[in-house]
Design a protein around this ligand. Structure first.
Ligand code: ADP
Ligand code: MG
Length: 332
């Protein structure tokens, strides 16, 4: 396996000095977290054929996304990512996969995350990318899923739903939209932006619960409801619908051969891989969140309220209906 060790040497050279006590090159990495620091650890596995298709996924996008999905989890804890571990199952000669590693390392540099280890193996099951990220948060300040209370606002960053529309486009469900809108939706799927700075800012202004949207807003909000022991009512009119998503849905609707139930709200609530943050804002923290919006430090909007009554509901045209905490369109 000369290829393996040459490839690891190349990774080590590119990763540079680690800032840890020991990085790549020994049997394990070693670092010393500060005395007033809690650590968070998260891991995500990306499997060819399951999570991505190399027919439409450029290797640099895959490398960036493998890190991004972990940065998103760390941000959702209100923590700062510090260290990464990258494990690769490579179907053949490692060298063609260098663009994946290089893009991963560029993204890590941009996030001030250091690659301190990993594993590199040949794979007979396609390309496998496993990333673990370790982050830090001041002791006692991590934001969990469990803190939402009745009366807190339900907020979400950015424009969820675009990624799912982008995936539909990549899978060939074409729509007559402008090249700009098409590019926007596809990039949101292939190259999502984790809300790294936002997570810490929201922690600092006192949000009471937070989660990142990987499986769809309604489903992930459902985890917050379960962990916090509350319910929520969302406002259909308050859902953030991006121009590109509106254009996509309008174009799909005019095509008689496609499902009429497709609409923008279904993408927002039931899409996935958005890597936006959903969070709970208690009334006393609302002015501070508004301050973050006004300064441009966070882009987010309030889409509903947590309630004592369990379950997830949607108010549309004055009518409140239960919605499933996943796959919103199945219950409409
Ligand atoms: P071991 O056999 O002790 O597990 P390896 O030969 O697998 O050691 O790895 C040698 C060093 O290279 C270790 O520090 C390991 O963490 C690092 N390493 C291996 N693969 C990668 C990778 N894909 N990315 C980053 N570091 C890696
Ligand atoms: Mg090893």
């Amino acid at each position: 396996m000369g290829g393996e060790f040459a490839f690891i040497d190349r990774i080590r050279a590119r990763a540079g000095a680690s800032g840890a006590l020991l990085g790549i090159g020994d049997d394990a990495a070693l670092w010393h977290p500060g005395p007033d620091t809690d650590q968070v650890v998260t891991s995500d596995l990306l499997l060819e054929g399951m999570h991505f298709d190399l027919a439409w996924t450029p290797l640099p996008d895959l490398g960036r996304k493998a890190l991004a999905v972990n940065l998103s989890d760390v941000a959702a804890m209100g923590a700062v990512a510090r260290w990464a571990v990258l494990s690769l199952g490579l179907p053949g000669d490692p060298e063609p996969f260098w663009p994946l590693v290089e893009a991963f390392l560029d993204a890590a540099d941009a996030a001030a995350v250091t690659l301190v280890g990993g594993d590199t193996c040949a794979s007979r099951a396609g390309l496998v990318v496993s990333v673990t990220v370790i982050g830090e948060v001041p002791a006692g300040q991590a934001v969990t899923r469990a803190g939402a209370r009745p009366g807190d606002g339900v907020w979400v960053t950015g424009t969820p739903g675009e990624s799912a529309a982008g995936l539909a486009l990549l899978k060939g469900r074409d729509a007559a939209i402008s090249p700009e809108h098409r590019e926007r939706l596809v990039r949101r799927h292939l190259d999502p932006t984790p809300r790294v700075a936002e997570g810490v800012r929201l922690r600092d202004v006192g949000v009471t619960a937070m989660i990142d949207v990987s499986d769809g807003l309604a489903g992930d909000l459902g985890h917050v409801l379960a962990a916090s022991g509350v319910g929520a009512c969302l406002e259909a009119d308050a859902l953030p619908l991006s121009p590109a998503l509106r254009a996509y849905c309008a174009a799909v609707h005019t095509d008689e051969s496609t499902d009429n139930a497709v609409d923008a709200a279904a993408f927002v609530l039931g899409g996935g891989e958005d890597y936006e943050l959903v969070f709970a804002v208690p009334p006393e923290a609302e002015p501070r969140v508004e301050g973050l919006l006004a300064s441009g430090a966070v882009e987010a909007c309030r889409i509903g309220r947590f309630e004592a009554e369990s379950g997830l509901r949607l108010r549309r045209a004055g009518q409140v209906r239960p919605i499933a905490p996943r796959g919103y369109e199945h219950f409409e």
